[in-house]
Design a protein around this ligand. Structure first.
Ligand code: AVI
Length: 314
């Protein structure tokens, strides 16, 4: 059975219903996400860009003390619009630089390649489309030092224990002195967070509801999108911003293979977690993975951080 269909059947028959946010990213979802990244209310890219522009030199200098040649692997690379700035600042510090972009979306990797090739010179570029749990595992050994990048606050799309397992997984591909840089959206005023996931233009709503349209397009479902609502909320006690799709009435949705799903009024599908981090959560990831925190690079507001973890001798 098609992987998406299998996931949908499992997710829509359990209680409460849930689908993974990784299925947001078809071609339409990729475009909507690029629009989200331009929104003023979606503050994350601006925070990250500020750190990349002002502190990439320092990151490169720190890494150049231990590696002359560097392979940079970016997991969930997206369109490369921020990474190109980082690569340009890294380039002069190394004898050789290789960039490997990994993303589930083949179409966004094409954008990434175009962007990096046209704006960064003197580096080797390669892209690997697919689930990065697979593509990262399949990477050949390298004599270069390795830096794994996980930007865009993508780590927030894992619950904390899954994030710890992910750290453990990344560590398997690192040798001594290799590094892992992770972008964390830190806890901040709850209203600012809520606004980022419930923007006035309704782009985030369209992004969330595209999951229903995608099931219509790819699985022959008959979701009537107007009978569902986008509903995000934020729990400041644990830093979890979660998004749901709410059914506005009792209804049955049919799929082309005969599968049917019944929704009661106001029943929800959980579609995404976007966790905001407390410092203790970052320490938890370090403690549970054995990757040590070597540097923290913050934006001016100190509410977004790129943290460098290192694999040290055990
Ligand atoms: C990709 N990820 C880090 C985004 C986030 O903030 O969780 C996806 C997103 N969802 C709604 N807006 C943006």
């Amino acid at each position: 059975m098609n992987e998406f269909l299998q996931h949908v059947k499992e997710g829509l028959t359990k209680t409460p219903k849930a689908l993974s946010s990784r299925y947001f990213y078809d071609e339409i979802g990729d475009k909507l996400f690029q629009e989200i990244m331009q929104l003023e209310q979606y503050y994350l890219p601006v925070c990250e860009m500020q750190i990349i522009q002002q502190q990439s030199q320092q990151m490169a200098k720190n890494l150049a003390q231990v590696h002359k040649k560097l392979q940079i692997i970016e997991l969930g690379a997206g369109d490369g619009s921020k990474t190109k700035h980082l690569l340009n600042q890294f380039r002069p510090h190394f004898d050789a630089l290789e960039y490997v972009a990994m993303d589930i979306s083949e179409s966004i990797l094409c954008v990434n390649k175009r962007e990096i090739e046209s704006e960064v010179s003197g580096i080797d570029i390669c892209s690997k489309a697919g689930n990065y749990f697979q593509t990262y595992k399949d990477l050949p050994e390298t004599s270069y030092g390795r830096l794994v990048l996980f930007l865009g606050a993508n780590i927030g799309n894992f619950i904390l224990d899954d994030a710890a397992n992910f750290f453990h997984f990344v560590k398997q591909g690192l040798k001594e002195n290799d590094a892992f840089i992770v972008a964390f959206d830190l806890v901040k005023h709850p209203r600012k967070i809520i606004a980022a996931y419930d923007d006035c233009k309704g782009i985030t709503k369209a992004f969330n509801l595209n999951l229903l349209s995608r099931m219509n397009r790819e699985l022959g479902a008959d979701f009537d999108i107007s009978k569902f609502e986008h509903f995000p909320f934020y729990n400041p006690a644990c830093g979890s911003s979660v998004s749901h799709i709410v059914s506005l009435e009792d209804q049955i949705v049919h799929f082309s293979d005969g599968f049917e799903v019944k929704f009661e009024s106001y029943e929800t599908i959980h579609t995404e977690i976007s966790k905001k981090y407390f410092p203790k959560d970052i320490k938890y990831l370090s403690d549970h993975s054995g990757l040590s925190i070597s540097q923290t690079y913050c934006n001016q507001n100190k509410d977004y951080a790129l943290v460098m973890f290192n694999r040290i001798n055990e």
